[in-house]
Design a protein around this ligand. Structure first.
Ligand SMILES: [Fe+2]
Ligand SMILES: [Fe+2]
Length: 203
């Protein structure tokens, strides 16, 4: 596998996953992958749901339909790998980390609701990128298939958080967007610091 600069280098996150989480996920790799598959399915659905909310936003429709297609390709790849290992995707589970983020979304004013939905999308993608990179560094050569999957997906999820953030940037000037984003990063860091105890993508 070629050397790759650590994709975590310019992630905006304020909390870094401890290596103890990566060790837990590595010891329960099939559980991690089963959860990962369902996260890819949920990521595709989230992109499609934004198209349903904002069908008049051409740029969003184009980018979210491309994103959903890419997330489905990730889902297919994880599912095939799981099957090769004798496992299946897990059932949809309640995800306290995502629920914690969703509870903080500004739901009363449409302009801010849209910005918050996009910023939450950016956070989900950034955290996925961080977790994939963290786990990849812990896995040994005997898990070459999973390392190869994570090696490819880390940069894709990094591109995705930047895409969500860029879509949000269209709706608020920097002096308003920046403090809002910083507040979101703090909320996410708190939620994330409370996790790291389950071998799941965001647990
Ligand atoms: Fe993905
Ligand atoms: Fe993604």
């Amino acid at each position: 596998m070629p050397a790759q600069p650590d994709v975590r280098n310019d992630l905006p996150l304020k909390h870094w996953t401890p290596t103890s989480w990566a060790q837990l996920a590595a010891q329960n790799l099939d559980l991690f992958l089963a959860d990962h598959a369902i996260c890819e399915q949920q990521a595709a659905l989230f992109g499609l749901s934004l198209i349903g909310h904002y069908p008049g936003d051409d740029e969003l429709v184009d980018k979210m339909s491309a994103l959903a297609a890419e997330e489905v390709s990730h889902l297919r790849r994880v599912t095939l790998l799981l099957r090769k290992r004798g496992h299946r995707p897990s059932k949809k589970r309640s995800n306290p980390w995502v629920q914690g983020l969703r509870r903080q979304i500004e739901s009363h004013r449409e302009a801010l609701l849209k910005v918050d939905r996009l910023l939450v999308g950016a956070l989900i993608e950034a955290r996925s990128c961080e977790r994939f990179s963290c786990l990849m560094q812990t896995l040994g050569e005997e898990e070459a298939d999973v390392r190869s999957l994570l090696f490819d997906l880390g940069p894709a999820e990094k591109r995705h958080w930047q895409m969500f953030f860029q879509l949000a940037q269209r709706h608020l000037p920097p002096p308003e967007l920046e403090p809002r984003w910083q507040r979101w990063l703090e909320i996410e860091a708190e939620l994330s610091a409370a996790g790291g105890i389950e071998p799941t993508v965001h647990g």
